[in-house]
Design a protein around this ligand. Structure first.
Ligand SMILES: Nc1ncnc2c1ncn2[C@@H]1O[C@H](COP(=O)(O)OP(=O)(O)O)[C@@H](O)[C@H]1O
Ligand SMILES: [Mg+2]
Length: 369
């Protein structure tokens, strides 16, 4: 089966890799001729709004998906109209996943606890939002933010003007700053027949807004139950097909939804080696109309992102149980170039090896077990 994917980044590349054993052939559209997926699958170079290229992708595919959320909903809809090509996940989920304000409204509507927030489109609206919601807070662009880009933490009134100067001019969202105890994510996948599988809870550590470390399974049964309930509610709402991730803050044993991603997610990379069926394979199975695979964990995993500069493979691979993924991207500060996943037979050994690896990478993260 041929699958068209809009966006050929590392997520697309790992989707293509997962498709090979199943005979699922991915092809990509990306504006970057050096997009990572291009090294292993057919890549057409074109903008995400290029209707001709999108139509071409749809014509050559039985189903079209995307590897990041900032693709044009209107262009995708127009490109597949009348072609019989399905789009998965559903465009309604994609459209909400593009706008932080729409995500918060969705969470509220579904009874998923989220942060206090307000839409902000003027300096006066920002001051009003801060007066109502309080300080400190976080000002974020509603669209196009990722890896902590397009965000400003605001500590006091002086910070309000500075943040407005930095971000003002596009639709914004102001929300309370959550002094969280931890961050976790819930990943679930829904098949075309409506069956759902929910991955074990993942604990995440970010630095400067970028995910650095994920550990799974994260044994916190009460939190996992909450996360699964919330992921299931969103999957049901959209009659979703494919993989969905929700990021949460944990505060005093309760989850507060931060954002959702209508696609495979960085906090699910551990599942390539650490689960019976990876998030990538399950996404493809779902959108191809195949039965889902088991999401049970195999051992205890820690996934560490390699950002800005690739360490020497020979050093990393000395660590027992380590798997290295090099996306083949040119190094640049703050850029995700690869990741590695450690899988250990028990959580204590995983934690020990993860600490050793973090030291070797000179990475300090608070609260590592
Ligand atoms: N309201 C908040 N309170 C505290 N920390 C936050 C808040 N919003 C974001 N952060 C921190 O910044 C990270 C990135 O923000 P997020 O909203 O997830 O945007 P992105 O789309 O860049 O991932 C979060 O994982 C968290 O560590
Ligand atoms: Mg995030």
């Amino acid at each position: 089966m041929k699958i068209g994917i809009v966006g050929g980044g590392q997520l697309g590349r790992m989707l293509a890799l997962a498709g090979v054993p199943l005979g699922l052939e991915c092809r990509f559209l990306d504006p970057n001729p050096k997009a990572p997926a291009g090294a292993i699958a057919a890549l057409r170079v074109g903008e995400f709004t290029d209707r001709r290229e999108l139509r071409r992708l749809a014509r050559h595919s039985e189903v079209v998906s995307f590897d990041w959320e900032n693709v044009s909903v209107a262009a995708l809809r127009a490109a597949t109209r009348g072609s019989g090509t399905r789009i998965a996940p559903p465009l309604r989920a994609l459209s909400i996943g593009q706008d932080r304000w729409a995500e918060k409204r969705l969470f509220e509507r579904l009874g998923v606890p989220t942060t206090c927030y307000a839409a902000v489109d003027s300096r006066a609206a920002l001051w009003r939002a801060a007066a109502r919601i309080g300080l400190p807070g976080v000002l974020k662009t509603r669209r196009l933010g990722y890896d902590g880009k397009g965000q400003q933490v605001i500590r006091d009134h002086a910070g309000l003007d500075a943040a407005w100067r930095a971000l003002g001019g596009v639709p914004l969202l102001y929300e309370e700053f959550v002094p969280f105890d931890a961050e976790v994510s819930g990943l679930g996948v829904r098949a075309r027949d409506g069956s759902v599988a929910l991955y074990p809870l993942v604990r995440n550590w970010h630095a400067q807004g970028i995910l650095r470390l994920s550990m799974a399974p994260w044994r916190a049964p009460a939190l996992e139950r909450q996360a699964h309930r919330h992921v299931r509610a969103v999957l049901r709402e959209f009659r979703y097909v494919g993989l969905l991730a929700i990021e949460f803050f944990v505060k005093r044993g309760r989850l507060i939804a931060n954002e959702l991603a209508p696609r495979v997610h960085n906090s699910g990379h551990w599942s390539i080696e650490g689960a019976v069926t990876s998030q990538f394979e399950n996404h493809l199975r779902a959108i191809a109309g195949l039965p889902l695979g088991s999401v049970a964990s195999v051992g205890h995993s820690a996934m560490i992102n390699l950002i800005g500069r690739m360490p020497a493979a020979a050093e990393l691979l000395r660590i027992p149980g380590l798997h290295l993924h090099d996306y083949g991207k040119a190094p640049r500060p703050g850029r995700k170039l690869g990741h590695c996943t450690l899988v250990a037979p028990d959580a204590a050994l995983r934690n020990r090896r993860a600490r050793r690896l973090l030291r070797a990478l000179d990475l300090k993260l608070p609260g590592i077990p």
